[in-house]
Write a protein of this length. Structure first.
Length: 304
């Protein structure tokens, strides 16, 4: 039951348990060390070229890196974080001084607020139905991102202890990939490294949010203490919380260390029912220290 062209949310909702335990696993930055590569070499470069922001490249890259990699906003949908990046840029005095015109993206805000799945396919439908030029521009940007990622992100091996853990998890739990990356990219990356047999479903942005993925596949099929989400971003934790599931954090910059601890200690606790509570909360407190809410440049300004 892998995600293939034509795979729908209804297919995900027909997920049939084979084990007593369920594990959802994020992909970028969690199983694969691809977050920084995709953001710095693909996303940010295309933002600069698409909206002709070369004059403020330094500030855009710093802002976009904070939003997408080094903050509580890490791992969110590309359209949501694009809006936030431009919003933070407008607040920077250096950008205001440069008098560079930033896109308002009001139509994108409305699209996000509509509740539609935040995918290229849904955005393309919105463009077709509305003829909105702003949405068309965002769609062009997003499609270009996919093309650049496909050409750039190759032969990036997964974290070694993540693969060891996947083998161990599969023997004891039903496993799906839970991601906001487009499904084609996910399938390509997992197949490239012979990992597809470790998961029963590869769910990308086309099937909704991460919380929806878990709800559709695991809802009312497993006990609350038998559902686990593994991820490297606060959004993964929220997806778990919305489904009353446990959360295991893969700490940014400490991925192998996190996976090794999971393999040797944490997964056993999950299986024997001792993971939730004090142990999980201690791991989450450690995780939160890696991802601040305020950018460094704001702190610098406050100190002046």
């Amino acid at each position: 039951m892998k995600q293939i062209p034509g795979f729908t949310r209804n297919d995900l909702a027909r997920f049939k348990p084979e084990h007593d335990f369920f594990v959802g696993i994020d992909s970028d930055g969690c199983v694969f060390p691809t977050m920084e590569l995709k953001q710095k070499k693909c996303f940010h470069r295309v933002i600069i070229r698409h909206w002709k922001l070369q004059e403020i490249e330094k500030h855009l890259r710093e802002t976009a890196e904070f939003v997408n990699l080094y903050s509580i906003y890490r791992g969110r949908n590309r359209f949501v974080n694009l809006l936030l990046t431009f919003d933070l840029l407008r607040r920077r005095p250096e950008v205001a001084a440069a008098k560079v015109k930033l896109p308002e993206l009001k139509s994108l805000k409305n699209f996000i607020a509509s509740g539609a799945p935040l995918s290229n396919a849904e955005l393309a439908r919105a463009v077709k139905n509305s003829g909105d030029e702003e949405l068309r521009s965002v769609l062009q940007w997003s499609r270009k991102i996919n093309a650049v990622v496909a050409a750039t992100v190759k032969n990036v091996r997964p974290f070694r202890w993540a693969v060891k853990s996947l083998r161990k998890i599969k023997k004891n739990a039903d496993v799906i990939c839970v991601s906001q990356t487009p499904a084609t990219a996910l399938a390509r990356e997992w197949k490239e490294h012979n990992l597809t047999d470790f998961v029963r479903v590869i769910a990308g942005q086309e099937l909704g949010t991460k919380a929806e993925h878990i709800r559709l596949a695991a809802g009312n099929r497993y006990g609350r203490d038998k559902i686990l989400m593994i991820g490297d971003a606060p959004g993964d934790r929220r997806a778990a919380a919305e489904n009353h599931a446990c959360f295991y954090p893969v700490n940014p910059g400490r991925e192998e260390e996190s996976w090794k601890r999971f393999y040797k200690e944490s997964f056993g606790k999950f299986l024997d029912g001792t993971y939730g509570g004090d142990y999980e909360n201690r791991l989450i407190r450690q995780f939160e220290k890696f991802l601040p809410a305020a950018p460094k440049w704001k702190s610098k300004n406050l100190r002046k």
